[in-house]
Design a binder for this molecule. Structure first.
Ligand SMILES: C[S@@+](CC[C@H](N)C(=O)[O-])C[C@H]1O[C@@H](n2cnc3c(N)ncnc32)[C@H](O)[C@@H]1O
Length: 289
């Protein structure tokens, strides 16, 4: 076990690393694999200093105690990668407002589509969904009376707090938002902060959820965004989560994955839908060809 003296890097021996990786995999599914000692060291440094901890072993033992829920949450918050931006990859939002919702409105006039953003980070994804819905309605591409309810979840409570607050600086607005969208959907509240408008926020409800848990109580969805999160999990966990997502999608419901993610051979559950330049996956009825 190596002592931490409060200098830059937290020393991480091979056995300490293995124990920490095992804890993280159990806590939130993230599979760090080999040789990420430096990543662990830099991300937990502040927590080690704040809690005056002497070694990674001490931290790993503490976070596994029932009484240390807050510390455990801090470590999960520090170890998750929360990279996100507005209208990421473009096509899911375009497909939603121009193809899926107009069709949904014809089939279920006056109903709201239920949409789940399953790893929502600081809110850019669910708020982009809400803006896309609003733009569809304004342009009358989506029939009046149709709308959407968006559930946004994440395992990290610190990103959920930021998402709920809905306040962003200039740099984050510049990542994926046109000037038109910034002025349509945000109110400037200080020299370097903009708040999302209530009309966009009101469609979105945030709550914590670890994708390793049961989805049973979430109800059924018409569309699921589970993007840029499965890449952090083992193949078995990915497959298990995709099966659970199929279980909460209405028949014909649509799943969007990240650009580098696939349905991992679950062709019995999903069929590919082309929505140039990307793809989505439509939930099949179990047992259909
Ligand atoms: C890279 S961000 C992707 C955000 C957004 N979906 C996008 O594509 O821009 C990954 C998010 O997954 C969340 N995450 C990691 N493990 C999770 C788990 N077990 N359950 C739920 N969310 C998780 C992280 O906290 C992080 O906010």
């Amino acid at each position: 076990m190596s002592q931490y003296e409060g200098d830059d890097a937290v020393p991480v021996s091979a056995s300490e690393y293995q124990a920490f990786v095992a804890f993280l995999r159990t806590a939130c599914g993230i599979d760090l694999g080999a040789n990420k000692q430096y990543l662990v060291s830099t991300r937990i440094r502040r927590i080690m200093l704040e809690h005056r901890l002497q070694s990674l072993t001490e931290l790993t033992q503490l976070v596994q105690q029932d009484s240390q829920r807050l510390l455990r949450q801090k470590v999960i918050d520090a170890m998750t990668t929360n990279e996100t931006f507005w209208f990421r990859d473009g096509y899911p939002f375009e497909y939603l407002s121009k193809t899926f919702l107009p069709e949904f409105a014809k089939q279920k006039p006056g109903e709201k589509a239920r949409i789940w953003s399953a790893a929502c980070s600081t809110g850019q994804e669910p708020y982009s969904i809400s803006m896309a819905v609003e733009e569809g309605l304004r342009a009358s591409i989506v029939a009046r009376g149709c709308d959407a309810d968006i559930l946004a979840t994440d395992v990290s409570t610190s990103v959920l707090d930021a998402a709920r607050e809905g306040i962003y600086d200039r740099l984050s607005l510049l990542r994926g938002l046109s000037l038109q969208r910034s002025s349509d959907f945000f109110v400037q509240i200080s020299a370097d902060s903009w708040r999302i408008k209530d009309s966009v926020r009101d469609r979105v409800r945030f709550r914590p959820l670890n994708l390793q848990e049961s989805f049973y109580l979430l109800g059924k969805f018409d569309v699921v965004f589970c993007r840029n999160v499965l890449i952090y999990f083992s193949q078995d966990l990915k497959t298990e989560i995709l099966r659970k997502i199929h279980g909460v999608l209405n028949p014909g419901g649509i799943l969007f994955l990240g650009a580098s993610e696939t349905i991992s051979g679950l062709n019995d559950l999903f069929e590919m839908v082309r929505c140039n330049p990307g793809v989505a996956y439509r939930a099949k009825l179990k047992g259909s060809p």
